[in-house]
Design a protein around this ligand. Structure first.
Ligand code: GLY
Length: 367
């Protein structure tokens, strides 16, 4: 039997074109529906990625690699203790432990890497890139992912900040009136006239759709050569069941890049995105000729169709949660869409400042 080294030796010099040329006509090999002319570099991200898109565009405009660009873009947010939805300072699971998910896709090399449920590492997107670069695998999870990260030189750190720990303590105290965890009001230690958050020195808590906090950052970029990459990284659903994996590290769900067609990523309720292979669906819809915005909206309609559980529907029968998609096609056209109105996404076009744009939506939010 040939060893892996033999295989590498004999296949050296055989390019991608030859590797895919298995006698099939190009049309059966996923030929791009999108024809590109000159492309202006552009990056799109979730609303919390205003700095990320600027970083990504500046790196690709300087000749940097598209995947390095988006990862550097999101690393800042992963390290930011004030973003409670990603990396350091992300809200923990129900045991008070921060578990992070991330995936990356490198368009030109058709590469993918991901980590799920990784603990103690601030920048899971960089670990995901290392899974892609240094292993024969795509997805590492839990303890194995952490051990791999440590072997690559990452530092083990406590990812809970004082703020995220206090929010978890507060959540634990209000979960049930049949356990022994109490709020400051219940123990009589609250400062009269102040809110519970102020007692904890937390200031105003950020709200995410008025339901359980859930946030993520997705960032995609295209460079002047028309090469694409993307990354999605998150601490996932706050107070989740330990071991829960969302859409962010699932290639095809929270992220998908086909260098012939486009890139897409998601934020919001991961379970809904996984069930509909969300980002892959958006890229396939773009392949069939839809604009990025229309493709995002169509993939969101599939989520609406898939949401049959009464517990996940409001009184009008619509999803009681939100999902957002962010997409770029091979021509550098971009778009963002959400189930509910009011969402915004970040965008930076080469030569301009980063800005927020309103996402398209399926349903108008009342009030
Ligand atoms: N979309 C992030 C998550 O559900 O974990």
């Amino acid at each position: 039997m040939a060893s892996r080294r033999d295989f590498l030796k004999t296949s050296a010099g055989v390019g991608v074109g030859a590797a895919v040329g298995l006698g099939k006509p190009a049309s059966l090999l996923g030929a791009p529906a999108i024809r590109r002319s000159a492309v202006t570099p552009v990056s799109v991200a979730s609303g919390n990625g205003l700095e990320s898109v600027a970083t990504a565009v500046s790196i690709v405009s300087g000749g940097g690699d598209t995947l390095d660009a988006v990862i550097q873009g999101v690393n800042t947010v992963e390290r930011d203790p004030n973003d409670s939805s990603v990396g350091f300072g992300g809200l923990p699971n129900l045991d008070g432990v921060v578990q992070l998910d991330s995936s990356v896709m490198h368009g030109p090399r058709r590469g993918a890497g991901a980590v799920a449920c990784i603990e103690g590492i601030k920048t899971p997107s960089s670990v995901a890139r290392d899974v892609m670069r240094y292993t024969d695998h795509v997805l590492l999870v839990g303890e194995g992912a952490q051990r791999f990260a440590l072997s690559m030189g990452y530092q083990l750190e406590d990812l809970l900040t004082e703020r995220s720990r206090r929010r978890w303590i507060d959540w634990r105290a209000t979960m049930s009136d049949r356990d022994d965890y109490l709020t400051l009001e219940e123990t009589g230690h609250a400062v009269p006239g102040s809110s519970r958050q102020e007692d904890y020195g937390l200031g105003i808590l950020d709200s995410h759709d008025g339901v359980r906090p859930q946030g993520t950052i997705n960032c995609n970029v295209i460079d002047a050569a028309g090469d694409l990459s993307g990354v999605t990284t998150t601490s996932g659903l706050a107070w989740k069941v330990p071991g829960r994996v969302g859409d962010s590290p699932i290639v095809g769900a929270g992220l998908y890049v086909d260098n012939d067609v486009g890139a897409c990523g998601s934020t919001g309720r991961g379970e809904a995105v996984i069930k509909t292979c969300g980002s892959h669906s958006v890229v396939e819809l773009m392949r069939s000729g839809m604009s990025p915005t229309d493709a995002c909206l169509e993939a969101l309609r599939r989520i609406v169709t898939f949401t049959v559980e009464p517990r996940l529907r409001n009184e009008d029968g619509r999803p009681s949660f939100n999902v957002n998609y962010y997409a770029i096609n091979k021509n550098g056209e971009y778009g963002g869409a959400a189930i509910w109105s009011g969402a915004r996404f970040a965008v930076c076009v080469d030569g301009g400042d980063s800005r927020h744009e309103d996402s398209a939506y399926l349903f108008e939010r009342n009030g």
